[in-house]
Design a protein around this ligand. Structure first.
Ligand SMILES: CC(C)(COP(=O)(O)OP(=O)(O)OC[C@H]1O[C@@H](n2cnc3c(N)ncnc32)[C@H](O)[C@@H]1OP(=O)(O)O)[C@@H](O)C(=O)NCCC(=O)NCCS
Length: 125
């Protein structure tokens, strides 16, 4: 079985949110590693927009509602050797992933000017 998810994020909106909510928003949504990776990007708002889109796209592959045990901190997006996004799950998302007997989740990212886009595919038995 394959499950898909897609999300787009407006980069100016992310820039505004970062300005307005600063650390409160960042700490609630992005892991320490994701925050560290933002320092490598020439524009942190683009990085956060891409990562946020990835988290939403991964969430959509689960085909479930949002429950109180879920946190975007438990969907972590990192870059592999060649810059490819890699997904690691923790907490409730890891629990649901195991429950589905899922094998892996792949994410593809793209951005241009004002928009970041993420597409996710979950492979399950
Ligand atoms: C449901 C959610 C994924 C929709 O995202 P959005 O950015 O508001 O809207 P998008 O345009 O990206 O996606 C909308 C589409 O996603 C799909 N969708 C809605 N709920 C979905 C779900 N639970 N799983 C998968 N896809 C879903 C629908 O096709 C929807 O289309 P529609 O609006 O025509 O019905 C999102 O709002 C959400 O629940 N996110 C997680 C919860 C959250 O953000 N919590 C706060 C933590 S800080």
């Amino acid at each position: 079985m394959v499950a898909i998810g897609v999300d787009i994020v407006a980069i100016p909106r992310m820039r505004e949110t970062l300005k307005r909510s600063g650390d409160i928003f960042i700490n609630r949504v992005f892991t320490g590693k994701e925050r560290l990776d933002s320092l490598q990007h020439q524009d942190a708002a683009v990085h956060y927009a891409e990562i946020f889109a990835a988290k939403e796209a991964v969430f959509k592959t689960f085909c479930t509602g949002w429950n109180g045990s879920m946190s975007f901190l438990d969907i972590e997006i990192q870059k592999g050797t060649f810059g490819e996004p890699l997904v690691s799950l923790h907490g409730e998302f890891l629990r649901l992933f195991s429950q589905k007997n899922a094998r892996n989740i792949q994410v593809s990212l793209s951005w241009e000017e004002d928009t970041a886009l993420a597409f996710a595919v979950m492979h399950a038995d």
